[in-house]
Ligand binder design. Sequence first.
Ligand SMILES: NC(=O)c1ccc[n+]([C@@H]2O[C@H](COP(=O)([O-])OP(=O)(O)OC[C@H]3O[C@@H](n4cnc5c(N)ncnc54)[C@H](O)[C@@H]3O)[C@@H](O)[C@H]2O)c1
Length: 284
Amino acid sequence: MEITTVAVIGSGIMGHGISQVVATAGVQVFLNDINDDVLAKARRQIEASLDKGIQKGKLTEAQKGEILKRITCTADLQAAVKEADLVIEAAPENLELKTAIFKKLEAFCRPDTIFASNTSQYSITEIAAAVKDPTRVIGMHWFNPPVAMKLIEIIRGLETSAATLETIREFSARVGKETVVCKDSQGFISTRVLVAMRLECYRLLEEGIATAEDIDKTLRLAFGHPMGQFELADFSGLDIEIPACESLTKVFGDRFRAPQALVHRVKAGKLGRKSGEGWYKYES
Ligand SMILES: NC(=O)c1ccc[n+]([C@@H]2O[C@H](COP(=O)([O-])OP(=O)(O)OC[C@H]3O[C@@H](n4cnc5c(N)ncnc54)[C@H](O)[C@@H]3O)[C@@H](O)[C@H]2O)c1
């Protein structure tokens, strides 16, 4: 199937960036969120990101106008998805919320529309079980920020069809991304490796072995990572780590249990850049 219209559900950190990438590749996008204020913010973020592209000489004002014209923001889910060939769900990391959204998608979409979830850790097979035809459900795991990161990790659920997989592989290439494919397993490739590394950094801090600054510096200068794990956690949001740790712990045991230092920060509302403070403090 050729994808010409995409609906993105959730216009937060990931959803607005995914919409920009897809619209830049010439595809129509319907961006959905819970209300118009959130969508207006997402649109401003996309505009600001495109302006940066203009400053860097990567696109023109006219191209920016064309890209923005291809993005329709709507808080009406049915209107957003009814013409979609592909729906990319980027709502908060909450399994009940995601399965409820997928059930609605089934009611509102064509029978051949592909449903992709950007979940970082939930089972695609479990999300797919919420709909009657699980062969059209797949994991399409983008990385933050979607505009800059080259990879999409494709997760094949137990019943995802070969045709669905092929369509998503082709579509990912069309929007300029590289892909890897993995079987549905808790944390896939990327989240499992990332959480293991990050928790070891948190343990080093908790044990008083080194400061967050020095652990981050080690990752950057010794291993060539563009950011340390504390910096990256602040960038992505500390709150999304807790459910990731809980789910990995259920499957792989205590090595993935969230440390108190993380749990307490999240309870105190220190969620990273988006709240002004996480492991580090930020100017508002
Ligand atoms: N932040 C990251 O670095 C990152 C990276 C890869 C994958 N992910 C995954 O992407 C998904 C989204 O994460 P995010 O960081 O963009 O979250 P976010 O909190 O920034 O954005 C989520 C958006 O979804 C909206 N939303 C809530 N309920 C909704 C509903 N019923 N219908 C439509 N929209 C709804 C919220 O208003 C919000 O704007 C999660 O599954 C997350 O695990 C996040």
